[in-house]
Design a protein around this ligand. Sequence first.
Ligand code: MRU
Length: 351
Amino acid sequence: MIPTLEWLPTGVNFLDQTKLPLEETYVLATDYKQVATVIRDMIVRGAPAIGVSAAMGVAIGILRSEATTIPALNAEVVIICDTLAATRPTAVNLFWGIGKIRDLYNNLAASGTSIPEIKEAVVAEARLMYDEDIAACKQMGQFGADLLPKEGTVLTHCNAGALATCGYGSALGVIRAAIERGHKIDVFADETRPFLQGARLTAWELMKDNIPTTVLCDNMSAHLMSKGRIQAVIVGADRIAANGDTANKIGTYGVSILAKEHGIPFYVAAPWATIDLATATGEGIPIEQRAASEVTHSNGKQMTPHGVAIENPAFDVTPAKYITAIITERGVLRAPFHESIRQMAEMPEPE
Ligand code: MRU
């Protein structure tokens, strides 16, 4: 299993994804501020991994606190949560992860639990969220595997794999599960400019599992679809609005239109925590803007003329009408998504 992140007695250990695929090095975050930096700098990235990292960040903040009274600890918890919440705006899992630990803390603090017991409980909860994320990925794999072709090539964009989760992956987890069931699947990985999550990360983790993988430049899939070389598309998600509109890595929207035009199914795989019932449509999803240097430079080398204007939105929104199905650990959602999402939200949470 690829060790994306791990709770250790000394802190949270992160595989440094900015260094992959050339170096496998780790960054140990020993306090919540370091966890925030790790998330902001994309040492860890991918919505589910960000969510669990943020939960661990709140837990380590509470664990390391020297507060001796609940009012003092309350004030620190607000700062811890605000610091972590200010790291990346699009993946709703960040706010979900923070909220889970904050709510648990608030309940325990209000019910008179001692500070040492609170510390133990929040760490246990964050570690449980790690295990639950892996279980959710495996379950998405079970629900989604047979949606993929028995034999053929599947295109993915960005990295929605083990590196973007606590292990196994969402979109790549569905591919892994299909292969485990005997499907003969080749993967096309879009390189995913400008951060190259596809070229660097998806290619690295799939090659580790001996899954046949070909990297495409982001502008090649239309041509390959027109030649019948792609049978399905599967991607992850950073935030899914209540109507099914889905924010994912920049470029996903274009791929979804191409898939529709060529009659190719377009699947989204994401844990339920990625669904944001409070956001009605994709219009309401905040899109992170990242530094111009990600576009102007590649591997430290300048690629563009000095002073040229740069746009760098990190995500785009795929309208629900381009999505064939959304695979979650609770089941597979189909259009009309505002209905299927509402119905699934009303079902009792699985144990
Ligand atoms: O900017 P990133 O690398 O965090 O963006 C990641 C993606 O867009 C993923 O596709 C998404 O988070 C789903 S990961 C299971």
